[in-house]
Design a binder for this molecule. Structure first.
Ligand SMILES: NC(=O)c1ccc[n+]([C@@H]2O[C@H](COP(=O)([O-])OP(=O)(O)OC[C@H]3O[C@@H](n4cnc5c(N)ncnc54)[C@H](OP(=O)(O)O)[C@@H]3O)[C@@H](O)[C@H]2O)c1
Length: 319
């Protein structure tokens, strides 16, 4: 069931829990108790891979909650965190200087209550620091035993190559889902050629592809999704036409839309894990079951045809 992370000795579940929604920063109705229950539900349902970042939460609440949950079961959990972005109030700022990476990693380890993480990513490049310098800082984390492997997120192919030349990458974290497949142009083929894992964010397109938001859904003030093109106007209507097709396919094989979407995602070539965000235990229980769903060729062909009818989407990354 577990998959090899890059060429390392680390093995991860194909569904990871994305630990952004539990911060409640752009996701509404979160409580610490519900978030802790969600983390436990992930680990109790076959997920061994938690994805977080220094910047998840005003004071790193995501890492702190993970720290509470993994105490006593640390050896069975693969923890990935990231540095290079920090919060400025509810917004974010970029700083990937080597000294910042070192400091943020130390703080992340303190919050997580551990002396190392299995995977440390550069969260995103800043505009001033040469990628090679940031990569050197991540290589030092590995040399110091604070991280076992290196990853990078939100970099273009050129930047990934520059990073990889200084600090070999084990994983790359871009966004990817049924409606946003741009990584197939450059990044995914390069990762496959170099045996680098793709651990993809937004597999559910922030809940859109979970299929539970109605066509007439009104986003509450403060719900961070309203600003993304996918959730607006014509794109929203086209996405709902596509979701209607997914609902019918999911119904025919007795799974939910989110399970169909995640099962499809983790079967795409080169994708090691889908980072599935959740803020409720039932959500991660539902998506984790995708690891046990097989999609045969005819289902994959039906999904392909539905995607052709959907046509290209207006895409946007997180940062
Ligand atoms: N590297 C980066 O820059 C970057 C950027 C973004 C994300 N990430 C990582 O990737 C992870 C995934 O991204 P994400 O959490 O933003 O989006 P996501 O996984 O695409 O969607 C998560 C959202 O979908 C909804 N959901 C999940 N399971 C559901 C279910 N079974 N039924 C109905 N709704 C369900 C929940 O929203 P509601 O309950 O609120 O509707 C949840 O907050 C993050 O948590 C983070 O670890 C990384």
């Amino acid at each position: 069931m577990l998959r090899q992370l890059g060429q390392s000795e680390i093995h991860v579940s194909s569904v990871a829990m994305g630990c952004w929604p539990i911060t409640g920063l752009t996701t509404l109705d979160t409580t610490k108790a519900a978030s802790i229950r969600t983390l436990h539900a992930a680990l109790d349902n076959g997920i061994n891979f938690l994805d977080t970042a220094y910047a998840y939460g005003i004071e790193g609440e995501s890492e702190q909650m993970i720290g509470e949950v993994i105490r006593g079961r640390r050896d069975s959990v693969v923890v990935a965190t990231k540095g290079g972005i920090h919060r400025v109030g509810k917004g974010q700022d970029f700083d990937a200087r080597p000294e910042t990476i070192q400091r943020e990693c130390d703080e992340s380890l303190r919050r997580l209550g551990t002396d190392h993480v299995e995977l440390y990513y550069l969260h995103a490049a800043d505009k001033q620091t040469p990628i090679e310098e940031t990569a050197g800082a991540v290589a030092k984390l590995i040399a110091d035993g604070k991280a076992i492997t290196a990853g990078a997120s939100n970099l273009n192919l050129e930047q990934l190559k520059q990073f990889h030349a200084v600090c070999p990458l084990t994983a790359v974290q871009p966004h990817f889902n049924m409606l946003q497949q741009e990584i197939e142009e450059e990044i995914a083929p390069w990762c496959r050629e170099n045996s680098i894992s793709l651990c993809v964010y937004w597999p559910l397109m922030k809940g859109l592809l979970a299929g539970k938001l109605e066509r007439g859904h009104q986003f509450a003030p403060g719900d961070g999704r309203a600003k993304y093109p996918m959730f607006q106007g014509d794109e929203w209507q086209k996405n709902h036409d596509f979701l209607d097709e997914l609902r019918s396919i999911a119904h025919d094989i007795g799974v939910t839309v989110s399970q169909l979407v995640v099962a499809w995602t983790i079967r795409q070539p080169g994708i090691t894990s889908a980072l599935c965000g959740a803020k409720r235990d039932w959500q991660i229980q539902e998506t984790s079951a995708a690891m046990r769903i097989n999609l045969d060729k005819s289902i994959l062909a039906t999904i392909h045809d539905a995607l052709q009818r959907r046509g290209p989407s207006v895409s946007r990354a997180a940062v």
